[in-house]
Structure formats: structure tokens, C-alpha cells
Design a protein around this ligand. Structure first.
Ligand code: DHB
Ligand code: FE
Length: 285
């Protein structure tokens, strides 16, 4: 063993993300789409591929490279990473057209359910020597008519100051920087944590290889993942970003929205504080 930390590999985080997706996505969440609709959607997807082949005069070696790459994505367990970086934002934006309340954003591959429940004023689990600028996020959960939602759950997870998520990087302890915060009777919460760093798509796997081959950059801006849940209301899955942060205007996952940018201010003690309120619409049906 060397003294350097075991750094996460694309294959390791891909395998964990695949396992977590299969474990947490109930079969009820998977669409039962009628055959005509399957045919219509798949025909258009394939037509898009065929059009690109024609437009760019794609060669046999390029077709074989694409096949080999698709096999690598599957074997490396990277489909959750690839889908959430390159496709999820379009689904989220489409679904959001019929929704009100706080703007959503992509879930991403690193959500883990059943994390520790914490009171409304709390500190997220962290290592004794956790690095990073202290950050406090406070706010209120309300319904879309302004009524406070006491007992709502603010499920929060984020990367550490090196950009790594617990559960997907072997050197970070389980549950680190994750928790389910329960709002007080006025719907309020105050969460102490640390400022996360920007996140880099693993560069040593097929998704990273594609990004490199295309000359793109592999970064997401620093973000907090948050899912807010309250009985009788549609859950909001979103992310909060930081004003002035790197990659805010060039997120590889295209998941930023201007309404979701925090501008934390130093409170004079070296802690950065920010306020954000969430609004949930009543469940439909
Ligand atoms: C990915 C990682 C994230 O942290 C995120 O928020 C979205 C996507 C990814 O690696 O696919
Ligand atoms: Fe993330």
C-alpha cells in the first residue's frame, strides 16, 4: 500500500451508480409505454442517428469505434453516469413545463435513499478533518399558496471539497455529507456543511474518453443536490449552485438554471451563509 488515498475509478463509481439505480428505482417508476408510442419514439431516435451518419459521411471504422465504445459503457457500468450527464436534463426540462413551484434539476447518479434523519437545525455528517469552507444553508419549505410545510424532508447530498461523493468513492466514509433534514413547525431548516468543489466526470472511463475525444471539458459546477418531500405534495428534485463559481456557464450536464444560483456571504466568522426557500405544489390526482 502506498500512503496516497485510494482514488475513485470510473469503473468503481460506475458500478456503484448502476447498483444504486437498480436498487432505488422501483419497477413502478419504469414506464409501461404502449407499442405505438415506443415505435414513434424509437423511430425518431434512430432517424436522428441515421441523419448524423449521412450528414457527416460516417465511415466503417467510425461505426466500429462507436460499437466498441457502447460496449465499454455497458461493461464499465457507466450508463447511469452517461445518461444523467447527457440526457437527463432534457427530460427534466420537458417534465417541468407542466409543473409549478421551485425549479427542478437533474437527480444525477449519486442519490442514496435512507440517509440519517436530522433535526431542522443540524450539521451534515462529516469527517473530523473534513476540509472546505463552512457553509450554512437556511430557508423555509412552503406550498405554492405560501403555507409553511412543517415536517417536510429536505434530503441533501453533495460532493466534498475534492469533488467526491460518499458511497461512490472508496476513501469517503458512508453517509458523509448526506442527510434528511426535517423542517420545524414553520417549515424552516438551517443546515451546516462545507462548500463542495466542482465535480469532474471520471476521466478514466468511456464517458470521460468520449468527452476527451470530442475536446469538451468534463466539469460540473459546484452544487448541492436537494430533494424536498412533503405529504400531499409533488416532491422537488433540484440542485443549488454558487454565484461566480467555475463552470456555471458551461456545465457538462447542462443542468444549471439562473433561479438555482446561491450567493452566500461571509458572516464575518469565515462561514458562508445563504438562504433558499422551496415551494411545493399539491400532488395532482
Ligand atoms: C453526474 C454526476 C453528478 O454529480 C451530477 O450531479 C450529475 C451527473 C455524472 O457523473 O453523471
Ligand atoms: Fe452531483
Amino acid at each position: 500500500m502506498t500512503t496516497t488515498q485510494e482514488s475513485p475509478t470510473a469503473a468503481g463509481s460506475g458500478a456503484s451508480a448502476s447498483k444504486s439505480f437498480k436498487a432505488t428505482t422501483a419497477t413502478a417508476d419504469v414506464a409501461d409505454t404502449p407499442p405505438e408510442r415506443v415505435a414513434a419514439i424509437v423511430t425518431d431516435v434512430l432517424q436522428g442517428v441515421h441523419d448524423a451518419i449521412t450528414k457527416h459521411d460516417v465511415t466503417y471504422p467510425e461505426f466500429q469505434a462507436a460499437k466498441a465504445w457502447l460496449m465499454d459503457v455497458g461493461e464499465g457500468g457507466e450508463w447511469p453516469l452517461f445518461m444523467d450527464v447527457f440526457v437527463e436534463h432534457a427530460v427534466e426540462e420537458q417534465v417541468a413545463k407542466s409543473q409549478s413551484g421551485t425549479k427542478g434539476s437533474i437527480l444525477g447518479p449519486y442519490y442514496l435513499s435512507d440517509q440519517v434523519k436530522l433535526p431542522s437545525t443540524c450539521t451534515l455528517p462529516r469527517r473530523d478533518d473534513e476540509l472546505g469552507t463552512p457553509l450554512v444553508l437556511e430557508g423555509q419549505v412552503r406550498d405554492t399558496s405560501g403555507k409553511p410545510l412543517g415536517g417536510a424532508e429536505v434530503d441533501i447530498w453533495h460532493a466534498d471539497s475534492d469533488g467526491y461523493y460518499s458511497g461512490f468513492a472508496p476513501h469517503v466514509p458512508d453517509g458523509n455529507l448526506r442527510g434528511v433534514v426535517v423542517t420545524d413547525e414553520e417549515g424552516r431548516f438551517e443546515i451546516s456543511t462545507i462548500q463542495p468543489a466542482p465535480y469532474q466526470i471520471p476521466t478514466d472511463g468511456p464517458t470521460g474518453q468520449l468527452i476527451g475525444a470530442a475536446g469538451w471539458h468534463p466539469w460540473r459546477p459546484a452544487h448541492l443536490h436537494i430533494q424536498v418531500r412533503a405529504g400531499g405534495h409533488r416532491s422537488v428534485t433540484t440542485q443549488l449552485y454558487f454565484a461566480g463559481g467555475d463552470y456555471l456557464d458551461s456545465d457538462v450536464a447542462e443542468a444549471t438554471k439562473p433561479e438555482l444560483v446561491l450567493d452566500p456571504q461571509d458572516d464575518g466568522t469565515g462561514t458562508r451563509r445563504s438562504s433558499y426557500d422551496f415551494e411545493l405544489e399539491p400532488s395532482k390526482g
